[in-house]
Design a binder for this molecule. Sequence first.
Ligand code: CFM
Ligand code: HCA
Length: 527
Amino acid sequence: MSTLDKVLDDYSAKVFKNRKAHLIEIKDDTQEITANARTIPGIMTNRGCCYAGCKGVVLGPLKDVAIITHGPIGCGFYSWGTRRHKGKGDENTQNFLEYCFSTDMQESDIVFGGEKKLRQAIKEVVEIFNPKSVMICSTCPVGLIGDDIHAVAAESEKLYGIKVLAFSCEGYKGVSQSAGHHIANNGLIKNVIGTGNYVPKKYAINILGEYNIGGDGWEISRVLKKIGYDIVSVMTGDGSFEELRNAHVADLNVVQCHRSINYIGEMLKTKYGTSWIKVNFIGVKSTIKSLRNMAKFFGDPELIQRTEEVIVEEIEDIKDDMDYYKEKLMGRTAALFVGGSRSHHYQKLLKDLGMSVVLAGYEFAHRDDYEGREVLPSIKIDADSKNIEELKVEKDEKKFKVYLSEEQYEELKKEIPLDYYEGMMREMDKGSIVVDDLNHYETEEFLKLLKPDIFFSGIKDKFVAQKGGILSRQLHSYDYSGPYAGFKGAVNFAKDIAMGIYTPAWNYTIAPWKTEPTLEGTVGGEA
Ligand code: CFM
Ligand code: HCA
Protein backbone atom coordinates (compact mmCIF):
# COMPACT_ATOMS: atom_id res chain seq x y z
CA MET A 1 0.00 0.00 0.00
CA SER A 2 1.43 3.42 -0.92
CA THR A 3 2.08 6.08 1.74
CA LEU A 4 -0.76 8.15 0.42
CA ASP A 5 -3.19 5.23 0.46
CA LYS A 6 -2.30 4.56 4.08
CA VAL A 7 -3.24 8.10 5.10
CA LEU A 8 -6.39 8.15 3.05
CA ASP A 9 -7.36 4.79 4.45
CA ASP A 10 -7.53 6.33 7.91
CA TYR A 11 -9.85 9.11 6.86
CA SER A 12 -13.56 9.05 7.45
CA ALA A 13 -15.56 8.66 4.25
CA LYS A 14 -16.71 12.28 4.23
CA VAL A 15 -13.37 13.96 4.79
CA PHE A 16 -11.76 11.61 2.33
CA LYS A 17 -14.23 12.74 -0.31
CA ASN A 18 -13.42 16.39 0.27
CA ARG A 19 -9.69 15.97 0.50
CA LYS A 20 -8.86 13.28 -2.03
CA ALA A 21 -8.22 15.62 -4.97
CA HIS A 22 -5.87 17.77 -2.85
CA LEU A 23 -3.43 14.92 -2.25
CA ILE A 24 -1.12 13.57 -4.93
CA GLU A 25 1.73 11.16 -5.25
CA ILE A 26 4.05 12.37 -8.01
CA LYS A 27 4.03 9.98 -10.94
CA ASP A 28 4.43 12.13 -14.06
CA ASP A 29 4.22 15.70 -15.40
CA THR A 30 0.54 15.71 -16.23
CA GLN A 31 -1.11 15.34 -12.84
CA GLU A 32 -3.87 17.68 -11.78
CA ILE A 33 -4.43 18.87 -8.23
CA THR A 34 -7.38 20.63 -6.66
CA ALA A 35 -6.35 23.90 -5.04
CA ASN A 36 -7.64 27.33 -3.99
CA ALA A 37 -10.77 25.84 -2.44
CA ARG A 38 -12.40 27.22 0.66
CA THR A 39 -11.36 25.66 3.93
CA ILE A 40 -13.84 23.12 5.28
CA PRO A 41 -15.36 24.48 8.51
CA GLY A 42 -14.01 22.57 11.48
CA ILE A 43 -10.68 21.75 9.88
CA MET A 44 -7.58 23.16 11.57
CA THR A 45 -5.95 25.09 8.76
CA ASN A 46 -2.67 26.99 8.68
CA ARG A 47 -4.04 29.61 6.31
CA GLY A 48 -4.32 33.29 7.09
CA CYS A 49 -7.15 35.57 5.96
CA CYS A 50 -7.69 38.03 3.11
CA TYR A 51 -6.71 40.97 5.35
CA ALA A 52 -3.44 39.14 6.19
CA GLY A 53 -2.68 38.87 2.46
CA CYS A 54 -3.50 42.51 1.68
CA LYS A 55 -2.30 44.39 4.74
CA GLY A 56 0.17 41.90 6.15
CA VAL A 57 1.83 40.67 2.98
CA VAL A 58 1.67 43.10 0.04
CA LEU A 59 1.01 46.54 1.53
CA GLY A 60 2.66 46.04 4.92
CA PRO A 61 6.28 46.37 3.75
CA LEU A 62 5.67 49.82 2.16
CA LYS A 63 7.58 51.70 4.82
CA ASP A 64 6.53 55.29 4.04
CA VAL A 65 2.81 54.49 4.06
CA ALA A 66 0.73 54.78 7.22
CA ILE A 67 -1.59 51.78 7.00
CA ILE A 68 -4.70 52.10 9.14
CA THR A 69 -6.44 48.89 10.08
CA HIS A 70 -10.12 49.74 10.20
CA GLY A 71 -11.57 47.17 12.56
CA PRO A 72 -11.38 45.86 16.12
CA ILE A 73 -7.93 46.13 17.67
CA GLY A 74 -7.25 42.38 17.55
CA CYS A 75 -6.83 42.51 13.77
CA GLY A 76 -4.30 45.35 13.95
CA PHE A 77 -2.48 43.71 16.83
CA TYR A 78 -2.25 40.39 14.96
CA SER A 79 -0.59 42.06 12.00
CA TRP A 80 1.72 44.26 14.06
CA GLY A 81 5.28 43.14 13.39
CA THR A 82 4.35 39.49 12.96
CA ARG A 83 5.74 39.05 9.47
CA ARG A 84 9.47 39.71 9.34
CA HIS A 85 9.49 42.16 6.43
CA LYS A 86 12.48 44.27 7.36
CA GLY A 87 12.80 47.86 6.21
CA LYS A 88 15.21 50.75 6.70
CA GLY A 89 14.31 54.40 6.54
CA ASP A 90 16.77 57.08 5.57
CA GLU A 91 16.85 60.88 5.36
CA ASN A 92 14.54 60.77 2.34
CA THR A 93 12.29 57.89 3.30
CA GLN A 94 10.01 57.69 6.31
CA ASN A 95 9.66 54.34 8.01
CA PHE A 96 6.45 53.43 9.85
CA LEU A 97 7.03 49.68 9.95
CA GLU A 98 7.32 49.62 13.73
CA TYR A 99 3.90 51.21 14.16
CA CYS A 100 0.43 49.73 14.24
CA PHE A 101 -2.36 52.16 13.34
CA SER A 102 -5.92 51.08 14.01
CA THR A 103 -9.38 52.59 14.52
CA ASP A 104 -9.92 50.20 17.43
CA MET A 105 -13.62 49.69 16.67
CA GLN A 106 -15.84 48.99 19.63
CA GLU A 107 -19.36 47.51 19.87
CA SER A 108 -20.95 50.96 19.52
CA ASP A 109 -19.05 51.56 16.25
CA ILE A 110 -20.33 48.27 14.92
CA VAL A 111 -23.89 49.33 15.76
CA PHE A 112 -23.73 52.99 14.68
CA GLY A 113 -21.02 52.80 12.01
CA GLY A 114 -17.28 53.40 12.11
CA GLU A 115 -16.73 56.05 9.43
CA LYS A 116 -16.46 58.89 11.94
CA LYS A 117 -13.75 57.06 13.80
CA LEU A 118 -11.93 56.35 10.55
CA ARG A 119 -11.97 60.06 9.57
CA GLN A 120 -10.55 60.91 12.98
CA ALA A 121 -7.82 58.25 12.67
CA ILE A 122 -6.74 59.62 9.27
CA LYS A 123 -6.67 63.16 10.68
CA GLU A 124 -4.49 62.08 13.60
CA VAL A 125 -2.10 60.03 11.50
CA VAL A 126 -1.63 62.89 9.01
CA GLU A 127 -1.12 65.50 11.75
CA ILE A 128 1.28 63.43 13.82
CA PHE A 129 3.24 61.52 11.17
CA ASN A 130 2.87 63.45 7.94
CA PRO A 131 3.09 60.28 5.78
CA LYS A 132 3.52 60.17 1.99
CA SER A 133 0.37 58.13 1.75
CA VAL A 134 -2.34 56.63 3.94
CA MET A 135 -3.84 53.24 3.15
CA ILE A 136 -6.92 51.89 4.87
CA CYS A 137 -7.43 48.15 5.23
CA SER A 138 -10.77 46.96 6.50
CA THR A 139 -11.37 43.83 8.54
CA CYS A 140 -14.44 41.58 8.80
CA PRO A 141 -17.00 43.70 10.71
CA VAL A 142 -16.49 46.66 8.36
CA GLY A 143 -17.73 44.67 5.39
CA LEU A 144 -20.67 43.38 7.38
CA ILE A 145 -21.89 46.81 8.53
CA GLY A 146 -21.06 48.51 5.21
CA ASP A 147 -18.83 51.46 6.19
CA ASP A 148 -17.91 53.23 2.94
CA ILE A 149 -14.15 53.37 3.39
CA HIS A 150 -13.66 54.35 -0.25
CA ALA A 151 -15.74 57.51 0.17
CA VAL A 152 -13.83 58.42 3.34
CA ALA A 153 -10.53 57.85 1.47
CA ALA A 154 -11.57 60.07 -1.47
CA GLU A 155 -12.72 62.82 0.86
CA SER A 156 -9.49 62.65 2.92
CA GLU A 157 -7.33 62.70 -0.20
CA LYS A 158 -8.85 66.05 -1.17
CA LEU A 159 -8.62 67.36 2.36
CA TYR A 160 -4.96 66.49 3.02
CA GLY A 161 -3.52 66.50 -0.51
CA ILE A 162 -1.83 63.09 -0.18
CA LYS A 163 -2.76 59.71 -1.67
CA VAL A 164 -5.32 58.01 0.54
CA LEU A 165 -6.32 54.56 -0.65
CA ALA A 166 -8.90 52.15 0.68
CA PHE A 167 -8.78 48.36 0.44
CA SER A 168 -11.88 46.32 1.16
CA CYS A 169 -9.90 43.29 2.26
CA GLU A 170 -12.20 41.91 4.94
CA GLY A 171 -10.80 38.66 6.29
CA TYR A 172 -13.65 36.49 5.05
CA LYS A 173 -13.27 37.55 1.42
CA GLY A 174 -12.11 34.87 -0.97
CA VAL A 175 -10.18 31.78 0.03
CA SER A 176 -7.29 33.14 2.13
CA GLN A 177 -4.25 35.42 1.93
CA SER A 178 -4.20 35.00 -1.84
CA ALA A 179 -7.45 36.96 -2.14
CA GLY A 180 -5.80 39.80 -0.24
CA HIS A 181 -2.80 39.80 -2.58
CA HIS A 182 -5.17 40.25 -5.49
CA ILE A 183 -7.00 43.18 -3.87
CA ALA A 184 -3.73 44.91 -2.92
CA ASN A 185 -2.23 44.38 -6.40
CA ASN A 186 -5.32 45.85 -8.07
CA GLY A 187 -5.16 48.95 -5.87
CA LEU A 188 -1.46 49.54 -6.49
CA ILE A 189 -1.83 49.20 -10.26
CA LYS A 190 -4.82 51.51 -10.37
CA ASN A 191 -3.54 54.22 -8.08
CA VAL A 192 0.20 54.16 -7.51
CA ILE A 193 2.29 52.60 -10.29
CA GLY A 194 2.72 54.93 -13.26
CA THR A 195 2.52 58.19 -11.32
CA GLY A 196 6.28 58.77 -10.90
CA ASN A 197 8.78 60.28 -13.34
CA TYR A 198 12.06 58.53 -12.59
CA VAL A 199 14.45 58.31 -15.53
CA PRO A 200 15.81 54.77 -15.55
CA LYS A 201 19.46 53.84 -15.98
CA LYS A 202 20.82 50.85 -17.90
CA TYR A 203 19.41 47.43 -16.96
CA ALA A 204 16.42 48.80 -15.07
CA ILE A 205 14.40 46.19 -13.21
CA ASN A 206 11.70 45.80 -10.58
CA ILE A 207 11.88 42.92 -8.14
CA LEU A 208 8.36 41.54 -7.72
CA GLY A 209 7.16 39.23 -4.96
CA GLU A 210 10.17 39.76 -2.69
CA TYR A 211 9.18 40.95 0.78
CA ASN A 212 12.56 41.13 2.51
CA ILE A 213 11.74 38.55 5.14
CA GLY A 214 14.75 38.25 7.43
CA GLY A 215 16.67 40.53 5.02
CA ASP A 216 16.39 38.27 1.92
CA GLY A 217 15.68 41.24 -0.34
CA TRP A 218 18.78 43.06 0.88
CA GLU A 219 20.97 40.08 0.03
CA ILE A 220 19.43 39.75 -3.44
CA SER A 221 19.74 43.49 -4.10
CA ARG A 222 23.38 43.45 -2.98
CA VAL A 223 24.23 40.92 -5.69
CA LEU A 224 22.09 42.58 -8.37
CA LYS A 225 23.60 46.00 -7.69
CA LYS A 226 27.10 44.53 -7.77
CA ILE A 227 26.34 43.22 -11.26
CA GLY A 228 25.08 46.64 -12.30
CA TYR A 229 21.29 46.49 -12.28
CA ASP A 230 19.26 49.59 -11.59
CA ILE A 231 16.59 48.42 -9.11
CA VAL A 232 13.71 50.82 -9.70
CA SER A 233 11.40 49.28 -7.09
CA VAL A 234 10.91 46.22 -4.96
CA MET A 235 7.38 44.97 -4.50
CA THR A 236 7.20 45.37 -1.72
CA GLY A 237 10.02 44.31 0.61
CA ASP A 238 11.73 47.34 2.15
CA GLY A 239 9.62 49.09 -0.48
CA SER A 240 8.19 52.55 -0.56
CA PHE A 241 5.26 54.37 -2.06
CA GLU A 242 7.66 56.79 -3.74
CA GLU A 243 9.63 54.01 -5.47
CA LEU A 244 6.55 52.13 -6.49
CA ARG A 245 5.22 55.10 -8.43
CA ASN A 246 8.11 54.61 -10.89
CA ALA A 247 7.72 50.87 -11.44
CA HIS A 248 6.39 51.38 -14.97
CA VAL A 249 9.77 52.63 -16.29
CA ALA A 250 11.70 49.36 -15.74
CA ASP A 251 12.75 47.20 -18.69
CA LEU A 252 12.16 43.90 -16.93
CA ASN A 253 10.20 42.62 -13.94
CA VAL A 254 11.76 39.75 -12.05
CA VAL A 255 9.19 37.66 -10.22
CA GLN A 256 10.27 35.82 -7.09
CA CYS A 257 6.94 34.84 -5.45
CA HIS A 258 4.63 34.00 -8.32
CA ARG A 259 1.55 33.44 -6.16
CA SER A 260 1.35 36.83 -4.53
CA ILE A 261 2.30 39.06 -7.44
CA ASN A 262 1.68 37.40 -10.80
CA TYR A 263 -1.27 39.76 -11.28
CA ILE A 264 0.96 42.84 -11.17
CA GLY A 265 3.44 41.13 -13.52
CA GLU A 266 0.69 40.48 -16.05
CA MET A 267 -0.93 43.90 -15.69
CA LEU A 268 2.41 45.72 -16.08
CA LYS A 269 2.97 43.80 -19.28
CA THR A 270 -0.40 44.71 -20.73
CA LYS A 271 -0.31 48.33 -19.63
CA TYR A 272 3.35 49.29 -20.00
CA GLY A 273 4.82 46.50 -22.16
CA THR A 274 7.24 45.22 -19.46
CA SER A 275 8.01 41.51 -19.66
CA TRP A 276 8.40 39.49 -16.51
CA ILE A 277 10.73 36.61 -15.87
CA LYS A 278 10.33 33.99 -13.16
CA VAL A 279 13.38 33.81 -10.90
CA ASN A 280 14.26 31.94 -7.75
CA PHE A 281 16.95 33.41 -5.55
CA ILE A 282 16.65 30.62 -3.00
CA GLY A 283 19.43 28.08 -3.55
CA VAL A 284 22.87 28.55 -5.07
CA LYS A 285 22.23 26.83 -8.39
CA SER A 286 18.87 28.50 -8.84
CA THR A 287 20.34 31.93 -8.01
CA ILE A 288 23.02 31.38 -10.66
CA LYS A 289 20.40 30.27 -13.18
CA SER A 290 18.21 33.27 -12.42
CA LEU A 291 21.11 35.71 -12.82
CA ARG A 292 22.12 34.13 -16.12
CA ASN A 293 18.54 34.25 -17.42
CA MET A 294 18.27 37.92 -16.51
CA ALA A 295 21.53 38.67 -18.33
CA LYS A 296 20.24 36.77 -21.37
CA PHE A 297 17.14 38.94 -21.42
CA PHE A 298 19.23 42.10 -21.73
CA GLY A 299 21.59 40.30 -24.10
CA ASP A 300 24.45 42.74 -23.50
CA PRO A 301 27.87 40.98 -23.59
CA GLU A 302 29.18 43.36 -20.93
CA LEU A 303 26.35 42.44 -18.55
CA ILE A 304 26.74 38.75 -19.32
CA GLN A 305 30.45 38.92 -18.52
CA ARG A 306 29.90 40.91 -15.33
CA THR A 307 27.28 38.37 -14.22
CA GLU A 308 29.80 35.55 -14.62
CA GLU A 309 32.46 37.49 -12.70
CA VAL A 310 30.12 38.13 -9.80
CA ILE A 311 29.03 34.48 -9.74
CA VAL A 312 32.69 33.39 -9.50
CA GLU A 313 33.39 35.87 -6.69
CA GLU A 314 30.31 34.90 -4.71
CA ILE A 315 30.90 31.16 -5.09
CA GLU A 316 34.50 31.61 -3.99
CA ASP A 317 33.21 33.20 -0.77
CA ILE A 318 30.79 30.42 0.17
CA LYS A 319 32.26 27.29 -1.36
CA ASP A 320 34.10 25.92 1.70
CA ASP A 321 31.10 26.48 3.98
CA MET A 322 28.68 24.93 1.53
CA ASP A 323 30.91 21.88 1.08
CA TYR A 324 31.21 21.48 4.83
CA TYR A 325 27.44 21.63 5.43
CA LYS A 326 26.67 19.48 2.43
CA GLU A 327 28.76 16.72 3.88
CA LYS A 328 26.83 17.02 7.15
CA LEU A 329 23.39 17.13 5.56
CA MET A 330 23.74 14.75 2.64
CA GLY A 331 20.96 12.19 2.42
CA ARG A 332 18.63 13.85 4.95
CA THR A 333 14.97 14.17 4.11
CA ALA A 334 12.59 17.11 4.43
CA ALA A 335 8.89 17.95 4.29
CA LEU A 336 7.79 21.50 3.44
CA PHE A 337 4.48 23.22 3.99
CA VAL A 338 4.29 26.99 3.54
CA GLY A 339 1.99 29.55 1.92
CA GLY A 340 2.37 29.76 -1.79
CA SER A 341 5.93 29.78 -3.11
CA ARG A 342 8.54 28.83 -0.62
CA SER A 343 7.66 25.13 -0.62
CA HIS A 344 8.94 25.13 -4.20
CA HIS A 345 11.80 27.61 -3.87
CA TYR A 346 13.41 25.88 -0.89
CA GLN A 347 13.49 22.50 -2.60
CA LYS A 348 16.33 23.87 -4.72
CA LEU A 349 18.41 24.91 -1.74
CA LEU A 350 17.81 21.55 -0.06
CA LYS A 351 19.00 19.84 -3.22
CA ASP A 352 22.17 21.97 -3.20
CA LEU A 353 22.81 20.49 0.25
CA GLY A 354 22.22 16.91 -0.83
CA MET A 355 18.83 16.65 0.89
CA SER A 356 15.67 15.23 -0.64
CA VAL A 357 12.02 16.19 -0.32
CA VAL A 358 9.42 13.63 0.69
CA LEU A 359 6.42 15.95 0.93
CA ALA A 360 5.59 19.49 -0.12
CA GLY A 361 2.45 21.56 -0.10
CA TYR A 362 1.06 25.07 -0.28
CA GLU A 363 -1.51 26.65 2.01
CA PHE A 364 -3.34 28.65 -0.61
CA ALA A 365 -1.54 28.52 -3.95
CA HIS A 366 -3.55 28.06 -7.13
CA ARG A 367 -3.26 25.24 -9.66
CA ASP A 368 -0.77 27.21 -11.78
CA ASP A 369 1.66 27.32 -8.83
CA TYR A 370 1.53 23.52 -8.70
CA GLU A 371 1.15 22.59 -12.37
CA GLY A 372 2.49 25.55 -14.38
CA ARG A 373 0.82 28.54 -16.04
CA GLU A 374 -0.41 26.59 -19.04
CA VAL A 375 -3.29 25.28 -16.91
CA LEU A 376 -4.69 28.79 -16.41
CA PRO A 377 -7.25 28.58 -19.25
CA SER A 378 -8.59 25.33 -17.81
CA ILE A 379 -9.26 26.79 -14.35
CA LYS A 380 -12.96 27.40 -14.85
CA ILE A 381 -14.09 28.47 -11.44
CA ASP A 382 -11.88 30.63 -9.29
CA ALA A 383 -13.29 30.61 -5.79
CA ASP A 384 -12.06 34.21 -5.34
CA SER A 385 -13.66 35.65 -8.45
CA LYS A 386 -17.12 36.06 -6.93
CA ASN A 387 -16.22 39.02 -4.78
CA ILE A 388 -12.83 40.23 -6.00
CA GLU A 389 -12.52 42.54 -8.94
CA GLU A 390 -10.89 41.01 -12.02
CA LEU A 391 -9.15 44.19 -13.13
CA LYS A 392 -8.88 44.71 -16.88
CA VAL A 393 -6.05 47.10 -17.74
CA GLU A 394 -5.39 48.65 -21.12
CA LYS A 395 -2.28 49.71 -22.98
CA ASP A 396 -1.00 53.11 -21.84
CA GLU A 397 -0.09 54.60 -25.22
CA LYS A 398 2.23 57.23 -23.71
CA LYS A 399 4.17 55.03 -21.32
CA PHE A 400 4.15 51.72 -23.19
CA LYS A 401 7.64 50.48 -24.22
CA VAL A 402 9.12 47.11 -25.04
CA TYR A 403 12.73 46.07 -24.61
CA LEU A 404 12.69 43.18 -27.07
CA SER A 405 11.31 43.03 -30.59
CA GLU A 406 8.56 40.46 -31.13
CA GLU A 407 10.99 38.09 -32.86
CA GLN A 408 13.62 38.43 -30.14
CA TYR A 409 10.94 37.81 -27.53
CA GLU A 410 9.66 34.64 -29.21
CA GLU A 411 13.21 33.30 -29.64
CA LEU A 412 14.19 34.02 -26.04
CA LYS A 413 10.97 32.58 -24.66
CA LYS A 414 12.21 29.16 -25.81
CA GLU A 415 15.25 29.52 -23.56
CA ILE A 416 14.22 31.45 -20.45
CA PRO A 417 10.97 31.61 -18.42
CA LEU A 418 9.57 34.84 -19.88
CA ASP A 419 6.06 35.52 -18.62
CA TYR A 420 6.00 31.90 -17.54
CA TYR A 421 6.16 29.73 -14.43
CA GLU A 422 6.42 25.97 -14.65
CA GLY A 423 5.02 25.26 -11.15
CA MET A 424 6.32 23.08 -8.36
CA MET A 425 5.15 19.58 -9.20
CA ARG A 426 7.17 19.04 -12.36
CA GLU A 427 10.39 19.54 -10.45
CA MET A 428 9.58 17.01 -7.75
CA ASP A 429 10.86 13.43 -7.60
CA LYS A 430 8.56 10.55 -8.46
CA GLY A 431 7.02 9.01 -5.37
CA SER A 432 7.08 12.23 -3.35
CA ILE A 433 3.81 13.54 -1.97
CA VAL A 434 2.09 16.86 -2.66
CA VAL A 435 -0.65 18.06 -0.34
CA ASP A 436 -2.69 21.20 -0.87
CA ASP A 437 -3.87 22.98 2.32
CA LEU A 438 -2.38 20.35 4.60
CA ASN A 439 -4.34 20.20 7.85
CA HIS A 440 -3.18 19.24 11.33
CA TYR A 441 -4.55 15.71 11.13
CA GLU A 442 -2.73 15.07 7.87
CA THR A 443 0.44 16.67 9.24
CA GLU A 444 0.57 14.19 12.10
CA GLU A 445 -0.25 11.23 9.86
CA PHE A 446 2.32 12.07 7.21
CA LEU A 447 5.04 12.78 9.76
CA LYS A 448 4.42 9.37 11.31
CA LEU A 449 4.62 7.65 7.95
CA LEU A 450 7.39 9.58 6.22
CA LYS A 451 9.54 10.42 9.26
CA PRO A 452 11.39 13.31 7.60
CA ASP A 453 14.51 14.60 9.35
CA ILE A 454 13.06 18.09 9.25
CA PHE A 455 9.63 19.64 8.78
CA PHE A 456 9.62 23.18 7.39
CA SER A 457 6.43 25.07 8.15
CA GLY A 458 5.08 27.89 10.31
CA ILE A 459 4.24 28.86 13.84
CA LYS A 460 0.89 27.07 13.92
CA ASP A 461 2.24 23.60 13.35
CA LYS A 462 5.91 23.57 14.18
CA PHE A 463 5.30 22.45 17.75
CA VAL A 464 3.18 19.50 16.65
CA ALA A 465 6.25 18.20 14.87
CA GLN A 466 8.76 19.14 17.53
CA LYS A 467 6.80 17.54 20.35
CA GLY A 468 6.88 14.41 18.26
CA GLY A 469 10.67 14.57 18.11
CA ILE A 470 10.96 15.92 14.57
CA LEU A 471 13.00 19.05 14.05
CA SER A 472 11.06 21.95 12.58
CA ARG A 473 12.18 25.26 11.13
CA GLN A 474 9.81 28.06 10.18
CA LEU A 475 10.10 28.96 6.54
CA HIS A 476 7.86 32.02 7.00
CA SER A 477 9.85 33.85 9.67
CA TYR A 478 13.05 31.76 9.63
CA ASP A 479 12.73 31.46 13.41
CA TYR A 480 14.21 34.97 13.65
CA SER A 481 17.30 34.04 11.60
CA GLY A 482 18.15 34.74 7.95
CA PRO A 483 18.66 36.01 5.35
CA TYR A 484 18.41 32.70 3.51
CA ALA A 485 18.32 34.04 -0.06
CA GLY A 486 21.14 34.27 -2.58
CA PHE A 487 24.70 33.06 -2.03
CA LYS A 488 25.44 34.18 1.51
CA GLY A 489 21.90 33.33 2.60
CA ALA A 490 22.41 29.73 1.51
CA VAL A 491 25.21 29.39 4.08
CA ASN A 492 23.03 30.86 6.85
CA PHE A 493 20.33 28.35 6.00
CA ALA A 494 22.72 25.40 5.86
CA LYS A 495 24.24 26.37 9.20
CA ASP A 496 20.82 26.67 10.90
CA ILE A 497 19.67 23.30 9.55
CA ALA A 498 22.90 21.54 10.48
CA MET A 499 22.73 23.02 14.00
CA GLY A 500 19.18 21.73 14.38
CA ILE A 501 19.88 18.28 13.04
CA TYR A 502 23.01 17.82 15.13
CA THR A 503 21.27 19.07 18.28
CA PRO A 504 18.24 16.78 18.38
CA ALA A 505 16.94 18.25 21.64
CA TRP A 506 13.30 17.56 20.83
CA ASN A 507 14.13 13.97 20.25
CA TYR A 508 15.29 13.51 23.84
CA THR A 509 12.24 15.09 25.42
CA ILE A 510 9.48 13.02 26.90
CA ALA A 511 6.63 15.05 28.37
CA PRO A 512 6.12 14.18 32.05
CA TRP A 513 2.51 13.17 31.50
CA LYS A 514 3.39 10.95 28.65
CA THR A 515 3.52 7.25 28.74
CA GLU A 516 2.64 6.88 25.08
CA PRO A 517 4.39 8.57 22.14
CA THR A 518 2.51 11.30 20.23
CA LEU A 519 4.11 10.42 16.96
CA GLU A 520 4.68 6.70 16.81
CA GLY A 521 8.26 5.55 17.09
CA THR A 522 9.82 8.98 17.14
CA VAL A 523 10.03 9.64 20.87
CA GLY A 524 12.82 8.85 23.28
CA GLY A 525 15.75 9.18 20.94
CA GLU A 526 14.47 6.63 18.50
CA ALA A 527 13.78 8.78 15.43
FE1 CFM B 1 4.71 34.54 -1.46
FE2 CFM B 1 5.69 35.21 0.73
FE3 CFM B 1 4.91 32.69 0.15
FE4 CFM B 1 3.06 34.63 0.40
FE5 CFM B 1 2.74 34.28 3.10
FE6 CFM B 1 5.35 34.94 3.45
FE7 CFM B 1 4.63 32.44 2.85
MO1 CFM B 1 4.07 33.45 5.16
S1 CFM B 1 4.15 36.25 -0.27
S2 CFM B 1 3.18 33.06 -0.97
S3 CFM B 1 1.30 35.05 1.66
S4 CFM B 1 6.55 33.77 -0.56
S5 CFM B 1 3.63 35.58 4.45
S6 CFM B 1 6.76 36.19 2.33
S7 CFM B 1 6.07 33.15 4.22
S8 CFM B 1 2.73 32.32 3.73
S9 CFM B 1 5.24 30.92 1.27
C1 HCA C 1 0.18 35.36 7.55
C2 HCA C 1 1.65 35.64 7.73
C3 HCA C 1 2.50 34.41 7.79
C4 HCA C 1 2.21 33.57 9.01
C5 HCA C 1 3.34 32.70 9.41
C6 HCA C 1 3.06 31.44 10.17
C7 HCA C 1 3.97 34.90 7.80
O1 HCA C 1 -0.19 34.38 6.90
O2 HCA C 1 -0.60 36.12 8.04
O3 HCA C 1 1.97 30.88 10.17
O4 HCA C 1 4.03 30.98 10.78
O5 HCA C 1 4.73 34.51 6.97
O6 HCA C 1 4.32 35.66 8.72
O7 HCA C 1 2.33 33.63 6.63
